[in-house]
Design a protein around this ligand. Structure first.
Ligand SMILES: *Cc1c(COP(=O)(O)O)cnc(C)c1O
Length: 375
């Protein structure tokens, strides 16, 4: 329907499974949680969840209850943890659907315990060990631990795990990482002292999984690395970590034309050609998640080489300079991919836009067709 898509994100599920198995080996002894929030970082949650289970992953992690329920609706029956719920979240349905939930405060534990569900809730306690984001800290931790211990011994909840999140794991030498790790182990001790032995202590994201074995503990929560992108580009590239980028974003030239020297390109004429040249029009823009901040800063691959973006990225289209390349309307354009054939990577685009690769892959818009291969 509608013929050729204007652009397509090709998702290599073989690469995704390879990355998950690689990370499982790196964290041997710990369980792996594949983090598939935000539509699997833009890669398609249903297909990625299925592939993750095929790769032997015991746990899936998502932010919201809705994301967890979508996994159940798609037939996933394995362990799923959700960690971010606003006041009024439907814990009853999540518990009924066998989803592990998170208590980030004593109040939230109370909401979980009072949810009208026939099952016993399985709860992970979220501790703020220094990121100052989600989770309990300080005196509130005592209160949560006490309430959790009471619920656990009364059998009104199963306290499965305790976890925290690192602020600077992508900078392994940052002293905050040691501090957070110590604070986390103290919180675990506090829980034990209250009579609860958690099965799962978890702290590591992708960066800590790859750079900090002491943080592996019982389970690692891997997101970006599973999609084949480096969580810590200053420490190592995806290839250095034996990861294979999963997403390739491709399109085709919608128009090829000659313009004379002195031609202003796109809104505001932020680029003016300094010679006669050939321009290529790519039918993808910021409405599709190609950040406008990439204007005049990034390359795509087409007609046998890297071609620079010229002028501003528009909502639906962008312009590249083909110089004297032999190019034709319909020629394949690779916006980013694994980089093996010379095309830019999501990491290259992130550096050009002053952001992180997470944002490059997660922001793709609804007009991009996703094609899963290696299924
Ligand atoms: C998103 C998220 C992760 C995964 O982080 P990556 O850096 O992508 O590996 C892990 N844990 C929590 C709590 C998260 O929100």
């Amino acid at each position: 329907m509608g013929g050729a898509p204007v652009a397509e994100a090709v998702i290599d599920l073989d690469a995704y499974r390879h990355n998950l198995r690689t990370l499982a080996k790196v964290a041997a002894g710990a369980e792996v949680m594949a983090v598939v929030k935000a539509d699997a970082y833009g890669h398609g949650v249903i297909q990625c969840a299925r592939a993750a289970r095929e790769a032997g992953v015991a746990w899936l992690g998502v932010a919201t209850l809705q994301e967890a329920l979508a996994l159940r609706a798609a037939g996933d029956a394995g362990r799923v943890l959700t960690w971010l719920a606003p006041l009024g979240a439907d814990f009853a349905t999540a518990i009924e659907q066998d989803v592990d939930v998170t208590a980030a405060s004593a109040d939230q534990l109370g909401e979980i315990l009072s949810a009208p569900s026939t099952r016993r809730p399985r709860v992970h306690l979220k501790v703020d060990t220094g990121m100052s984001r989600n989770g309990v800290a300080g005196a509130d931790l005592d209160e949560l631990v006490r309430a959790a211990a009471i619920a656990h011994s009364a059998g009104s909840a199963e306290i499965v795990g305790i976890f925290s999140h690192l602020a600077c794991a992508d900078e392994p030498a940052d002293p905050s990482v040691d501090r957070q790790e110590r604070a986390f182990l103290e919180a675990v001790d506090q829980l034990r002292a209250a009579g609860v032995e958690p099965q799962l202590r978890h702290l590591a994201n992708s960066a800590a999984t790859l750079t900090r074995p002491s943080a592996h503990l019982d389970l690692v929560r891997v997101g970006i690395a599973s999609y084949g992108l480096s969580p810590a580009p200053a420490v190592g590239s995806a290839a250095d970590f034996a990861l294979r980028p999963v997403m390739t974003l491709r399109s085709s030239l919608a128009l090829v034309k000659q313009v004379p020297a002195g031609s202003g390109i796109s809104y505001g004429h932020t680029y003016v050609t300094d010679r006669d040249t050939t321009l290529g029009l790519v039918p993808v823009g910021y409405g599709d998640g190609v950040l406008r901040s990439l204007s005049n800063r990034a390359d795509v691959w087409t007609a046998g080489g890297r071609r620079p973006l010229r002028g501003r990225v528009c909502m639906d289209q962008l312009v590249v300079d083909l110089a004297d390349a032999q190019a034709r309307r319909g020629d394949r354009v690779v916006l980013f991919g694994p980089g093996e054939d010379g095309e830019p990577t999501a990491q290259d685009w992130a550096e050009a836009a002053g952001t992180i690769s997470y944002e490059i892959v997660t922001r793709l818009g609804g007009r991009i067709t996703r094609t899963h291969v290696g299924d």
